[in-house]
Design a protein around this ligand. Structure first.
Ligand code: NAD
Length: 360
């Protein structure tokens, strides 16, 4: 079987980490044909848009894609291509396993939890009103009529939509995942004490879905601020976390910190019949082109892709090869060394090659 996969190398460190991942995926023996397309800064230069239609077309046709990180300008400029891809392709579930790898320095060991983040709604929906614009003034006027809280005339507004449909979909995904991978507990994360209607609806819907799994999977819920504290104090109390979009984003980085940093945190965006695999980390522009950063997150995202394609044995083989190289500690990037300025650290491609040698 040969898999045709869309490959987006992305911005910043994207091209180097995707190159490393491609090398390791091919070294598992699974056959791929890469449909390489461009998005992000390079696409703006060539097509005048960061997300050209042919990228979406390629992913819709191949059904599977792997991508490097893409830069999103802060405050101004184009909207996130990463978010647009998830919304356009309805990749409603963001799956981020958080697992300790022996050999990586971290105050914690044996962490094994899974983040399931809703990917299409919440404050990430991109419904925003800029300070001082005509529509913002109109909206403020309308809101003053509809409720009693005062709004400053010069404020900007972002909208947080949460629907029962999307919540049901993501919570069901979390329970199905828990069942398939023999997990014991699903925790719904929210701030329903303050956002009674949006997070309240998320929690109410989660409770309803949980009833369908009662007796099989334990269900509980946690306020997001309390979760942040508890994850630092006792991360072993958690198993599968299901969260609305924004909390999922923030908690993902916190959890990456628990296992040793962004360099090793892998992820997948999954829809009904399309999936896109990408690391949790961003484009880290200051390291671009230096062949310095850790390729592990991208390579392990590739392992998630193998699992999704039904190549579970190859996925396990790849995870094992990564774990061995990290445990041995010789051919690893600077961030995995005892001292970050250790001259013996290898580059991005050097670490990928060491992983390939384990696979051969
Ligand atoms: P970032 O993840 O790019 O980098 C933050 C820091 O984490 C880096 O400076 C580096 O010290 C460390 N880091 C990240 N990846 C690493 C790796 N593979 N190995 C070792 N260390 C690594 O976060 P940022 O600086 O907030 O974002 C930079 C750009 O990336 C922004 O434009 C942002 O919008 C974008 N971004 C894209 C995605 C995505 O494509 N899905 C995700 C997050 C951020």
């Amino acid at each position: 079987m040969v898999y045709r996969v869309t490959l987006i190398s992305g911005d910043g460190i994207g091209p180097e980490v995707t190159r490393a991942a491609k090398k390791c995926l091919e070294a598992t023996g699974v056959k791929f044909v890469w449909d390489e397309v461009i998005a992000g800064s390079k696409a703006i230069e060539k097509f005048g848009t960061p997300l050209p239609e042919y990228v979406l077309k390629s992913i819709r046709k191949n059904k599977v894609a792997i991508k490097g990180p893409i830069i999103t300008p802060i405050g101004t400029g184009f909207r996130s291509v990463n978010v647009a891809l998830r919304q356009e392709l309805n990749l409603f579930a963001c799956l981020r396993p958080v697992k300790s790898i022996p050999g990586i320095k971290s105050p914690y060991s044996n962490i094994d939890l899974v983040i399931v983040r809703e990917n299409t709604e919440d404050l990430y929906a991109g419904i925003e009103f800029k300070k001082g614009e005509e529509n913002t003034r109109k909206l403020i006027g309308l809101l003053q009529k509809l409720q009693t809280k005062k709004l400053k005339a010069d404020c900007a507004i972002s909208i947080k939509p949460i629907s029962p449909g999307a919540t049901r979909e993501i919570v069901s995904f979390a329970f199905e995942y828990a069942q398939k991978f023999k997990r014991k507990k699903v925790t719904a994360v929210h701030k329903a004490n303050i956002m009674k209607y949006t997070d309240g609806l998320f929690l109410e819907t989660a409770r309803r879905v949980a009833r369908e799994y009662s007796g099989k999977i334990i269900f509980d819920d946690c306020l997001v601020d309390n979760l942040a504290m508890q994850l630092v104090r006792n991360p072993h109390n958690f198993d599968v976390l299901v969260l609305p979009n924004l909390y999922g984003d923030i908690i993902s980085d916190l959890c990456a910190g628990l296992i040793g940093g962004l360099g090793i945190a892998a992820g997948a965006n999954i829809g009904k019949n399309i999936a896109l695999f990408e690391a949790v980390h961003g484009a880290a522009p200051k390291y671009a082109g230096l062949n310095k950063v850790n390729p592990t997150a991208m390579i392990l995202s590739g392992a998630l892709m193998l699992e999704y394609l039904g190549e579970a044995l190859a996925a396990k083989k790849l995870e094992k090869a990564v774990a061995e190289v990290i445990r041995e500690g010789k051919f690893v990037t600077y961030d995995l060394k005892e001292r970050r300025d250790d001259p013996a650290a290898v580059g991005t491609q050097g670490m990928a090659e060491a992983i390939c040698r384990k696979l051969s």
